[in-house]
Design a protein around this ligand. Structure first.
Ligand SMILES: [Zn+2]
Length: 312
């Protein structure tokens, strides 16, 4: 009877982990789906009113012993963008929301992720025809924001799963066509330390250079996982115990051997980007998450419920 009741309660006690990447000051035509500060503040207010916001670390601990209360949500950010500190952090603090920031250590202090190099290049290239070496396209024609955004998506999709060194060489060649790409997109050492020192915030590992682990040799993958962790720990002088797989789709971006590497590297838990919730039965090294992309908060809530019951 009690076991049945416990099972019933545990089935309902599913924890939602939300993924964010950036929170922009204003809407950016090259990144239209990224949340703005206004939207993020409204979301934070809605979450703080209706849910119990707990850290991912707490969710992992409590789920392991079947002690997750209902209606819990945690907030995570991937990659280590500077706006996590400058824009999101003050809003999280205003509503007392804990958050975990998964930082790729190799981009700190002026680095730039390859996809951002493409977006920022397409933002700056002069209007007109540009030759490109893509599998099914020889050029793009840039006119308005729409065409620039589409060109960036096309190139990102075509190059996403290339071997990282080959991909970076292509990105460098492409971005050499413009001047003045931004060097302030990612956290600085100082910002990372301030983020780590903020109450209720946690820094997690996200490799060093954000490679798709499945595209690396085992030795390279292990090195990325371990060195990313070591570099963060040296910077913030705190143990880093949570990990997020770059890109994060099981079977496509990471495989069982990478889960084992993360476990062996000393992490306590890891998150993926596949959609789902965390409960007592979830493998704590493959915790699914949920991306809230709806600008309409009612739709967001409906999707959260659908996610809760495994309907999406
Ligand atoms: Zn990432």
């Amino acid at each position: 009877m009690i076991a049945r009741l416990a099972a019933h309660l545990m089935r309902r006690a599913r924890h939602h982990t939300l993924i964010f990447h950036r929170v922009l000051v204003d809407r950016d035509p090259m990144n239209p789906s990224e949340p703005t500060a206004d939207w993020f503040r409204r979301l934070a207010a809605m979450l703080a009113t209706n849910f119990r916001l707990i850290s991912l670390d707490e969710a992992v601990r409590r789920s392991s012993c079947g002690d997750l209360p209902g209606r819990t949500v945690s907030v995570t950010f991937d990659d280590g963008y500077a706006d996590n500190y400058t824009v999101a952090m003050p809003i999280l603090a205003e509503f007392g929301i804990p958050a975990t920031f998964f930082v790729a250590s190799g981009f700190i202090d002026g680095g730039r992720m390859w996809n951002d190099s493409i977006i920022e290049t397409m933002r700056r290239l002069h209007a007109g025809r540009h030759e490109l070496d893509l599998p099914d396209r020889s050029h793009v024609t840039l006119t308005d924001w729409n065409s620039r955004r589409e060109a960036a998506s096309l190139i990102i999709a075509a190059w996403k799963h290339l071997e990282p060194a080959d991909r970076q060489a292509r990105v460098d060649q492409l971005s050499a066509r413009v001047n003045g790409l931004p060097t302030d997109l990612m956290l600085t050492t100082q910002q990372l330390r301030a983020l780590a020192a903020a109450p209720a915030s946690t820094i997690g590992g996200h490799t060093r250079l954000h490679p798709i682990l499945a595209s690396l040799s085992d030795a390279q993958a292990r090195e990325e996982i371990e060195r990313g962790r070591r570099e963060l720990e040296e910077t913030i002088q705190t143990d880093v115990t949570l990990f997020a797989y770059p890109n994060g789709k099981r079977g496509k971006d990471y495989r069982a051997e990478h889960v084992e590497m993360v476990r062996q590297a000393g992490f306590h838990a890891a998150v993926a980007t596949d959609w789902g919730t965390l409960d007592a039965a979830t493998d704590r090294f493959e915790i699914p998450r949920f991306t809230p992309w709806h600008s309409n908060l009612d739709r967001f809530s409906v999707d959260l419920v659908r996610c809760h019951f495994g309907l999406i």
